[in-house]
Each structure stands twice: as C-alpha cells, then as structure tokens.
Design a protein around this ligand. Structure first.
Ligand code: MTE
Ligand code: MO
Length: 329
C-alpha cells in the first residue's frame, strides 16, 4: 500500500533553514508525489518497509557474540515510554552526508566501514588511534535505553550499546589545558555527497560536534557502537557515534573518525551554518522555542510496528535534569 502524506509543520527539519530551502524541498516533494502517481511506491515518512529489512547489512567487524551478551544497565531502563520499534528507528534518520531526506537509510549503505580507526588526539597525555577491536577490548560494553529528542521536535526511545565517554577520558588523560572536545565524522566528498542544497554557501564539512569537557565526563555521555542488540547500522552512524541524551540529536555526531581535546570552544557544523537556530550547548529545553517552531511538545515515534506519532510534553534536559542540571548553574 502506498501512503502519501504532506509533512506536518513539526517535521520541518534542520535542512529547511531558509525560505529557498523550503521552496526547494517542496518542489522535490511534489516531484516525488508525481512519481508515486505513476505507480511507484514511495514512503518517505510513513510506510510498510519491513520487506526491505534484509537489505540492512551489519556494518562492522564488532564481535557479534560479545554484542549479544551485553547487559542492560539497570540505571537506564526506566523510560516513561516504549522502546521505538527497530525498523522505525532505522528508517527515519538524519544523516546529511547522504542526503537531506529522512529516508536516507539506503543511501547511507555507501559508507565504507572496513578497517575503521578513531584517532584520539590533542591535549591528552596518551594520544592513541583505536580500531574497533581495541575499543571493544578496552571498554566494556553495556546497553542503555535513552530517550532521544531531535531539535525538529520528534523523539524516540533507543536501546544503545556502547560505553561511557568518561572511560575514554580516563584512558587518554586530558591535560589541564583541555576544556572542550571536538568530534569529527567521516567525510569523503566522493561518497558523502551531501544534500542537494548548499544555502548558497560551502557547507562546513566534515560534520563536527563538540562538548565541554565536564559534559563529556558526565555519566550519561555515551559512545554507541551498537543498537537493538547488534552493531550500529550505517544509517545510525556506524561504527561509532556519540549519544548525548539531554541535548538535541544534532549534538550526536555519527561515524566518528577523530576526537580532539582542545582549549577553546570548537566550531561545529550546524552552529557554523545557522548559528541563530543551532547553538553550541543545545540542551533540550521546552521553554526555549526554536526560531521557527515551539519546543514545548514533541512527536514520539514508538507505538507499534508502523509510524504513528504520539504528542508528548517535552521535558527539560529531555528528562535527565537530575544528572546534568548542575552542569548549567
Ligand atoms: N555526521 C552526522 N551526524 C549526525 C547528523 C548528520 O547529519 N551527520 N544528524 C544529526 C541529527 S540532526 C540527528 S537527529 C541524529 C539522528 O540520529 P539517528 O538517525 O540515528 O536517529 O544524528 C545526528 N548526527
Ligand atoms: Mo536532529
């Protein structure tokens, strides 16, 4: 069955940062609709794509046996909502290196993840390049269910597998000069060709994000290498990505190749591109509207096998105030 539906205002994504971009995306949407009327089946947002399940390849050499034996951390299970269905979480993604739509999960399969290395560098006593084996040996993995809140006002609840960022801090020992950390995502213009728009600018690739060192040291800050009991699919940011559950989703860089400890607040992708809409701190805050939409409520994806959007009140710090509010007094 083909279901066609016009996106609601709360689905306006980061991509629609100017009136021109809005116009451009509407045109693309109309083109897609025309394609559908010729009989093609499109489901950019809604739909029954379970039959495509087999196309999702597990992306990395992470030891499968180890991942299936990972224990859930009991401190991070009690979410006030169901876990989002895996097929929904894996079919509604933001990964602008592979396009500006939500249905980029197939395009993201072009990400080459073989022989992945993560360079940890900058103001640290023990700089080191880790491969996935090293990471798995060095950092015991656990599962944590975290609420996930995109700045576009949609949310999910996701069972990540990974390890706390503070474990990496302990291993590399930042010097007293290190005040911030910067994460850099994989970038190769031949592969990560980006969205169709550029806003008349050169987009500030590679995708970068950053945290204050104390934020990184908070017990919630997490590196994910897996999700739903297996290694990360490419569209979720294989083989390793950040998960910062009290901040908007864009703070969580995917497919990390470099982690740098630095003295000053680093430039980041969205903050460089549209500073008045995407700030560096970007804590989930229902009382601070985005310039173009309210953040007071969100649409939660989680009930059942098909996309259905449940309106929910957005919580300060995405419900993690008891862990992080003291960082911001
Ligand atoms: N490298 C990179 N990381 C990224 C993005 C991106 O476009 N590129 N999008 C961000 C945004 S806006 C969100 S909401 C989350 C989405 O993560 P998910 O697709 O795994 O749910 O990834 C974040 N990390
Ligand atoms: Mo996002």
């Amino acid at each position: 069955m083909t279901i066609i539906r016009v996106p609601k205002s709360w689905e306006i994504p980061e991509r629609e940062v100017t009136p021109e971009a809005v116009f451009f995306n509407r045109r693309r949407f109309l083109k897609t609709l025309m394609g559908a009327s010729l009989g093609a089946s499109i489901m950019p947002i809604l739909g029954c794509q379970q039959s495509e399940e087999s196309k999702v390849t597990l992306s990395t050499s992470l030891d499968k046996a180890k991942l299936t034996s990972v224990k859930r951390n009991p401190a991070f299970t009690a979410v006030d909502r169901p876990i989002t269905e895996e097929t929904l979480a894996g079919r509604y993604n933001n990964y602008y290196e592979f396009g500006s739509g939500k249905s980029i999960w197939q395009a993201a399969q072009a990400l080459p993840t073989e022989d992945w290395k993560v360079e940890v560098t900058g103001l640290v006593k023990n700089p080191r390049t880790y491969d996935l084996d090293d990471l798995q040996k060095k950092f015991p993995l656990e599962e944590r269910i975290y609420r996930f809140r995109c700045v576009e006002a949609w949310s999910m609840a996701i069972p990540w597998i990974g390890f706390p960022m503070r474990e990496l801090i302990a291993a590399v020992e930042p010097t007293s000069k290190a005040k911030f950390v910067r994460f850099t995502s994989y970038y190769d213009p031949k592969i990560t060709i980006g969205p169709a728009w550029t806003l008349g600018r050169k987009l500030p690739w590679p995708y970068t994000e950053g945290l204050r060192l104390e934020e990184m040291a908070n017990e919630l800050a997490f590196f994910a290498v897996g999700v739903y009991g297996h290694s990360l699919p490419k569209q979720h940011g294989a083989p390793i990505r950040e998960v910062i559950p009290w901040k908007y989703g864009f703070k969580g860089a995917k497919s990390i190749v470099k982690i740098e400890f630095v003295e000053n607040q680093p430039a980041t992708f969205w903050n460089t591109l549209v500073p008045n809409e995407y700030d560096f701190v970007a804590n989930v805050n229902p009382t601070k509207p985005h310039p173009r939409w309210s953040q007071a409520t969100e649409k939660f994806v989680g009930k059942g096998q098909k996309f259905s959007w449940e309106k929910r009140i957005t919580l300060p710090y995405n419900g993690y105030g008891e862990y992080v509010a003291s960082l911001y007094v």
